[in-house]
Design a protein around this ligand. Structure first.
Ligand code: GTP
Ligand code: MG
Length: 203
């Protein structure tokens, strides 16, 4: 497996700070502690490039990384952690909504969910937001190292039933940062959407 070259471009806590880049962008979103930063490190094969929380809720800005000089990964802040103040939560929610509304070069969203849990209120709210905005998204069932294959199949069926009328769901992707399950598949999806984005932009 090849390590991917990556360059930290910057962080943003408000839309004015979003870097202006004409490259396809992939956002990694999901509740706090679901494993977004770990997933990014697994994809890049870097130990500690994206910051992994020792305390959940650590990523409180959107971090932008340029990968292989070709596309952008955006590590989104997580939600649902109790220790954060109401005011800060509102700010993060607004940042999240603004990003999905405004980000012009966004090609695809990877929404991470915990494969061990029932779909959470926050997961469903994110899905609703993405559907309303017409953003394509992949649901990443993460931490599959913690469940059996049977449980995983059952969980996917559950989501399929719940999301049968969704229009912008691309696919479900089982993943684990421990076993690296799903890494190649995720990169294949990135490549596909990178090409699609370029065709649309006629680059
Ligand atoms: P925030 O930045 O708070 O939103 O969290 P995050 O979504 O970036 O999660 P992070 O990658 O920091 O991981 C949270 C915890 O889950 C850490 O203790 C990780 O070691 C653990 N973790 C992440 N991915 C996996 C996985 O695939 N399997 C298992 N078993 N644990 C994981
Ligand atoms: Mg994080």
């Amino acid at each position: 497996m090849k390590e991917l070259t990556s360059e930290f471009i910057g962080g943003a806590v408000k839309p004015e700070q979003f870097p202006e880049i004409n490259l396809p962008e992939f956002a990694f979103s999901g509740r706090s502690n679901v494993g977004k930063s770990s997933l990014l490190n697994t994809i890049l094969l870097r130990k500690n490039f994206a910051q992994v929380s020792s305390k959940p809720g650590k990523t409180r800005q959107i971090n932008f990384f340029k990968i292989e000089g070709k596309y952008i990964f955006a590590d989104m802040p997580g939600f649902g952690y109790a220790t954060i103040s109401k005011e800060e939560r509102q700010k993060l929610l607004k940042l999240n909504t603004d990003y999905f509304k405004l980000r012009q070069n966004l090609a695809l969203v990877f929404l991470l969910v915990d494969s061990r849990l029932e779909p959470q209120k926050y997961d469903m709210a994110q899905i609703e937001l993405l559907e309303n905005l017409g953003r394509n998204y992949v649901i990443v069932l993460n931490k599959t190292d913690k469940i059996s294959n049977e449980a995983l199949t059952k969980k996917i069926k559950e989501y399929e039933f719940l999301l049968q009328y969704c229009n912008f769901l691309v696919e479900f992707l089982p993943f684990s940062s421990i076993t690296r399950k799903g890494r190649d598949e995720l990169l294949a999806i990135v490549r596909k959407f990178e090409h699609q984005w370029k065709e649309l932009k006629q680059i």
